[in-house]
Design a protein around this ligand. Structure first.
Ligand code: 13P
Ligand code: SF4
Length: 305
């Protein structure tokens, strides 16, 4: 089958089997083209509670599919490729979380969206890269334990100096793979091009940037900007999608290492098989953690909306 034949078959299956496809903006272009909704982690969470179809397929990573299930419990929710995890989410288990909560017993626990449902069940509220500063500012609490991304946490701490932000070690292996040497080389090779980076990057890279934002924040900024050339400091797919959206502009990778193997795991054929009912994984959440994990995400949507 050609790519367009597979896409046509997916569109037919979606109609016949009452399926909604949600896709994170790091997904491949041929998947984004057949999705009902695309966005960053925050936008996908908001959309998760709004879909009307009886089946929802997530093209992204596991914690995103878990979020959909938590917000739409009555629907059958599938992760298109069951091997697509998030190494950052997998870094933090319940035991380590309990130890951090004991160490900082006076703090309110806030987790990044990139965590398992089990960790969300232990936290008061979760945040995404596009909503973290706004939500932590809006909270009444002054003393915050932020897990697991110490780079996003450090970014929030610099922007919300009036609060105490406690951090643990953790982060995204893809985004931490770039450093100051990459910034210096990219600036030298593309003088005048603004540097747009994700707050999962290390502080030296974040502080050198002209714009810091989520995956879709970077995309929207570059589309609207008057500049003609950009250095993109997030997963490589964003630079690729931007090139199609703005054929007269030029987009350069901050580093060729900015590739997330998990976000790249899902293929158009995975989505096709999942639409057929012959692939993917149906998501279930243990009953004991369902209600507190759901409350953690709902609180984010209340504070971030
Ligand atoms: P955002 O969608 O918030 O930009 O997060 C990026 C990410 O790493 C998702 O896995
Ligand atoms: Fe996880 Fe980083 Fe990949 Fe996002 S880019 S899914 S945070 S490993």
């Amino acid at each position: 089958m050609t790519i367009s034949q597979v896409q046509d078959a997916i569109l037919t299956l979606k109609r016949d089997r009452d399926i909604c496809v949600l896709a994170h903006v790091y997904q491949a272009r041929e998947i984004l083209e057949v999705a009902d909704f695309t966005g960053d982690s925050y936008a996908l969470s908001v959309e998760a509670g709004r879909t009307e179809n009886s089946r929802v397929i997530m093209c992204g990573v596991r914690f995103m599919a878990e979020n959909v299930k938590l917000l739409s419990p009555e629907k059958a929710v599938y992760l298109a490729n069951p091997s697509a995890g998030c190494p950052m989410a997998d870094q933090l288990g319940a035991e380590r979380m309990r130890a951090a909560m004991e160490k900082y017993s006076g703090s309110t626990a806030v987790c990044y969206m990139n965590t398992t449902a089990q960790i969300k069940a232990m936290c008061d509220v979760c945040v995404t890269s596009s909503s973290a500063v706004k939500i932590i500012k809006a909270m009444d609490e002054q003393d915050i334990l932020f897990v697991p991304d110490c780079n996003l946490g450090a970014y929030v701490a610099r922007r919300v100096p009036e609060k105490t932000i406690r951090l643990i070690n953790g982060g995204c292996p893809t985004h931490v793979a770039v450093g100051s040497a990459d910034v210096e080389r990219a600036r030298r090779e593309h003088p005048g091009a603004p540097l747009l980076v994700h707050p999962e990057c290390v502080p030296d890279v974040v502080e050198a940037a002209d714009y810091v934002g989520s995956s879709s924040g970077i995309f929207d900024y570059a589309v609207k900007s008057e500049s003609r050339e950009f250095i993109i400091g997030t997963e490589a797919s964003i630079a690729e999608h931007l090139q199609y959206a703005c054929p007269n502009k030029r987009f350069y990778y901050l580093s060729n290492r900015l590739v997330c193997p998990n976000m790249k795991a899902t293929t158009l054929m995975d989505l096709y098989h999942c639409c057929q009912g012959d692939g993917g994984e149906e998501i279930t959440i243990p009953e004991a953690i369902f209600a507190p994990a759901k409350r953690c995400i709902e609180r984010m949507i209340e504070l971030g909306g």
